[in-house]
Design a protein around this ligand. Structure first.
Ligand SMILES: [Mg+2]
Length: 104
């Protein structure tokens, strides 16, 4: 699934409701909440507050999904093309950071 398809699906889902997209500040708060939930799951898997690791990895995946959903909502509300934004970020890694780390 491309990011464009994901953006379209999220937009269709949000479009069903009168409330629509939240204000940018509310969306950022929701994103930070989801990042906190992701951090909690990572801490449960790899930090001192361990729980069953098989459940943990699945839950990390679920939380990453929630973070992506929140990011897509922000991008949609601000009319940002995420395929383009991600490509720019990847290009930056290949150009600016090309010699930053030791190669294998
Ligand atoms: Mg979550």
């Amino acid at each position: 699934m491309s990011l464009q398809n994901s953006q379209k699906q999220v937009d269709e889902w949000i479009g069903q409701f009168k409330e629509g997209y939240w204000k940018p500040t509310e969306q950022i708060t929701a994103l930070v909440e989801e990042v906190g939930e992701l951090a909690r799951e990572v801490n449960h898997c790899f930090g001192p507050k361990r729980k069953k690791s098989t459940e943990g990895i699945k839950e990390i995946g679920d939380e990453i999904g929630d973070v992506l959903f929140s990011l897509i909502c922000i991008a949609n509300a601000l009319d940002i093309d995420l395929d383009e934004a991600l490509q720019k970020a990847i290009d930056k890694k290949y150009k600016r950071d090309n010699k930053r780390f030791e190669r294998k």
